[in-house]
Design a protein around this ligand. Sequence first.
Ligand code: B16
Ligand code: MG
Length: 235
Amino acid sequence: MNLIRGFIFDLDGVLTDTAEYHFRAWKRLADELGLPFDRQDNEALRGIPRRESLLRLLKGRSYPEEQLQAWMERKNNYYIEYIHQITPSDLLPGARPFLLEVRAAGLKTAIGSASKNARLVLERLEIADLFDIIADGYSVERQKPAPDLFLFAARQLGLEPPECVVVEDAAAGIEAALAGGFRTLGIGSAARLGTAEIVLNGLHEARLSELLGHYNRSTPRIENDALPGRTMVDL
Ligand code: B16
Ligand code: MG
């Protein structure tokens, strides 16, 4: 059995909540294009890369590549405008203490985010120095739900997938982690993340010793089949 030696954190939705800023930026573009877009539509874009998000917003209608690029750039400019407002107070509850606890325990830490703006967000949050490596929207071609980004992160850390816990808020991210053979910790609703080994409402509920106790004494497949979406209380 592999002991846990590292944690790979998704960024948006796990360490900070940029979903609101993505919503405002997509909404502004959608309004300009006269397209419907609400918060529910935005929820479905969690963890989904920029291009795929735009295609969903356009509801399958096809446009020339230059037009798509121009709209993506416009949305991203709006998004960057919003994320410049981010400060360390935008870290989600429990994020910093848990990161510090993981590092103090001698475990490795990585970011595994689909976002091309991940570095800027980490700088604004003032936590870039808490990660050994950063895997972001520039690191691999195939995005979540392909496992490539997390495999890239594990390789950079010098670890095997079963030695890493992937912490994710998106179904596409949990799917990617499971496809790569990683251990999984879902953040958010169990309805959305039921295939994760453990699901918590947020990192404020995470207790490292209990999590390690769980991951280090079990194998992922048995847990996934038998105990989908366990909470900290069940451990
Ligand atoms: P960008 P994560 C994802 O980040 C977001 O959840 C998703 O909503 C966004 O479209 C994607 O990054 C791409 O972001 O436009 O900044 O490159 O959850 O993987 O950290
Ligand atoms: Mg996310």
